[in-house]
Each structure stands twice: as structure tokens, then as C-alpha cells.
Design a protein around this ligand. Structure first.
Ligand code: FES
Length: 368
């Protein structure tokens, strides 16, 4: 058999010509394939040559596992000791719950420490022999399986777990504690139940954070984001305003959290279109104000269909009828949008007449 017969028999086509053991080319001289060049020569690592380098690597790996342990401890302390309503200002992001920030940092360090520690351990201390396994049937023979078990035991010893108890204990600590960040949120939730947090809004008289409940004072309805007061005469039939309580945008901290609960939509309808007497009484000459926070899962309800007097939530298409107490007429929301009772002050500006009478936003166990 000549070279051309050999390459045809190997499946490279009758036009392929075998030139030597290294590679096969087609008749145009373009390589069809290259032989496996094999592995580069083995270069021993520092830790293979010097016990001092191995010791240094061991400390680095142990340091990374310790970082993981500290991350988990931070997660647990933040979970139990930090009030979820304590806010922290993060440059470029804004106000965030300090507990959520610490939970994220703790879990990140816990994961990163284990991951980096394992990689560094593998690269510096574990055996670095290159092994080639030829293709074989999917199920290994019993002899091979026994051999694998034997090698695992032998190589496990070479990984120096028994020789280096510091690694064994720090890895054990990191792995066993790491289950906590997964288990705690599953068993205990990511914070307390909302309780009164969604019943109290800035409309109650000021910031709704922890502390004493503020005494109600009427507040002007302010345009968002212009922060200018609205006169009843400014609101024409068919118009819609995005509204916040007076003073909210002047807060130094917590603006986003307060805004997320106190945002309101203000609309004016022809009073003869309004079906509910309570809605008429809580409004002013057809001007009505409703919470903008969807009662499904809390998206801002932002689409007003002037012709039908429907409010639409863009998230899952819940639709509320503004002529009838903002009852749900379509979609997954289960409750009407809460109405804010309004009136006008001596100068003709729209003001709140009382805070919301029920919790705003999604349904939850303690809504009551
Ligand atoms: S959040 Fe509004 S419909 Fe789902």
C-alpha cells in the first residue's frame, strides 16, 4: 500500500497526500490536519522544589479559606444584628439597606474565598501530572474502577490533606459554614415581615422610618420631579400628574425609599363619570388621587387611558377603573389602588386630607 492509499484508507479522501508522520496535506498544499504535537516539557513548580515555597502557598490558600469564613461570619452578623431599615449611602448607587449591602458583601467573600482558595491550592500544591486517557467504552472495566478508587486514595494522600492539617481545618470550616448563607434566607426569610412599613408613608406626616409615628399634618401635593405645588385650577379634565408629598424631595437621605411608597397619581374626571360616592367625597370636584404602587407586586402604575379612565400597570397588565374606586378590572392584581383623600387649602392648592387608610403596594400576610 503506498502513501496515497494509506491516507484514503484513513478517511482523508483520495486527493490527500501523506507527506510524513507529522501532517497530512491536500493536493493544493493546504494542511488538512496536524498531528497532536504532544505536551510541552514538564516544568516543576516552586512548591515542588522548595518546602518553603510550599509552606508559603499553604498559608496563602489557608488565608483565602479564612477570608471565606470571615465572609460567612459577616453575613450571619448582618442578618441578625443589622436593622433592615438602616440605610447606607453608596456613591453612584444611592441609598440602600445597609443589611442588604452587608449580606451581599458577606456572601460574595464567602464564595470568592472558597473558589480562589481551591484554584490556588490546585495550581500550587496538588500533583500536576499530565494524564492522557484513551477513548474506551463508557463503563470502565471492574479492574479500571478498582484502579480509580486506588488512585483516588493515593492521590488524596498526595494532596497533602493529612500532612497539612491547617488546610484541612480551614477548608472544613469554610465549607461547613458556607451552607449558612444558603440556609438562613430559606429558613428565616430575608428580613422581617412588612408589618406597618407599607401602612406608614410620608403622607402620614413625614419620614416613615423607624421611630415614633409622625402626627398627621395636611401636605401639599407636589409635581414629581419639579417639586412645585399644584393648584386645583391647574388640573384640567383628562390631565394626569405624578405627585409626591411636600417635603419628600427635600430629604437628605431615604428619598428613594419614601418615594417608592408615597408616589401618587392625580387625575381629573368629569364628576358625572365617577360611579363611587366615596371616591367623589375623597376627591375635589372630580380631582382624585390614587397610590401609584401596583397592588400586584409593586410596579409603578404609569399608563392612564384618558378615553376609558383606565390605569394600566405595565408589568403584568393589571388594569384599574378610575371611575369606580380604582377597582381591578383585568390582570393579576387582587386589590384596588388605595385612594388618598384630598382637599384644597386657603390658597387653592391641593393638600392631603388624611394619610392612606390602608397599606399601599402588594398584598402580604400582615396587611390587615
Ligand atoms: S406589578 Fe402590576 S400587574 Fe404585576
Amino acid at each position: 500500500m503506498n502513501d496515497q492509499d494509506i491516507t484514503a484508507a484513513e478517511g482523508f479522501g483520495k486527493d490527500a497526500v501523506r507527506l510524513d508522520e507529522g501532517h497530512v496535506v491536500g493536493q493544493g498544499g493546504i494542511p488538512d490536519r496536524f498531528e497532536n504535537p504532544g505536551l510541552p516539557p514538564h516544568v516543576p513548580r516552586g512548591a515542588d522544589l522548595s518546602e518553603a515555597a510550599a509552606k508559603r502557598a499553604e498559608k496563602q490558600v489557608a488565608g483565602l479559606f479564612t477570608l471565606s469564613i470571615l465572609g460567612t461570619v459577616l453575613f450571619v452578623l448582618a442578618y441578625f444584628l443589622v436593622d433592615i431599615r438602616t440605610m447606607a449611602y453608596l456613591p453612584g448607587i444611592g441609598d440602600m439597606s445597609l443589611q442588604h449591602v452587608l449580606l451581599g458583601v458577606g456572601m460574595g467573600l464567602a464564595l470568592l474565598g472558597i473558589g480562589l482558595g481551591a484554584v490556588h491550592w490546585a495550581k500550587t500544591l496538588m500533583p500536576d501530572e499530565e494524564v492522557v486517557e484513551m477513548r474506551h467504552p463508557m463503563r470502565s472495566s471492574d479492574a479500571d474502577r478498582d484502579e480509580v478508587v486506588r488512585i483516588m486514595k493515593e492521590e488524596g494522600g498526595k494532596a497533602q490533606l493529612s500532612r497539612r492539617p491547617l488546610l484541612k481545618y480551614t477548608l472544613g470550616g469554610a465549607m461547613s459554614l458556607f451552607a449558612l448563607p444558603v440556609l438562613l434566607p430559606v429558613l428565616g426569610g430575608l428580613g422581617p415581615m412588612p408589618q406597618k412599613s407599607m401602612s406608614l408613608t410620608f403622607w402620614n406626616g413625614g419620614p416613615s422610618g423607624p421611630g415614633e409615628e409622625p402626627a398627621f399634618t395636611p401636605m401639599r401635593l407636589m409635581r414629581d420631579p419639579e417639586n412645585t405645588a399644584i393648584k386645583a385650577s391647574d388640573v384640567t379634565i383628562g390631565s394626569v400628574f405624578h405627585v409626591l408629598p411636600e417635603g419628600l424631595l427635600d430629604l437628605e437621605h431615604g428619598v428613594l425609599e419614601e418615594k417608592a411608597k408615597a408616589a401618587v397619581l392625580l387625575m381629573r374626571l368629569d364628576p358625572s363619570d365617577i360611579k363611587s360616592q366615596k371616591e367623589l367625597d375623597w376627591g375635589h370636584q372630580g380631582i382624585v388621587a390614587y397610590s401609584k404602587i401596583c397592588t400586584h407586586v409593586g410596579c409603578p402604575v404609569g399608563l392612564y387611558e384618558q378615553g376609558t379612565h383606565h390605569l394600566l400597570c405595565p408589568c403584568h397588565q393589571s388594569t384599574f377603573d378610575v371611575t369606580d374606586d380604582c377597582k381591578v378590572i383585568f390582570g393579576p392584581a387582587k386589590r384596588p389602588l388605595p385612594q388618598l383623600k384630598i382637599t384644597v387649602d386657603d390658597e387653592g392648592y391641593l393638600v392631603s386630607a388624611q394619610p392612606f387608610r390602608e397599606a399601599v403596594g402588594p398584598s402580604f400576610w400582615e396587611r390587615g
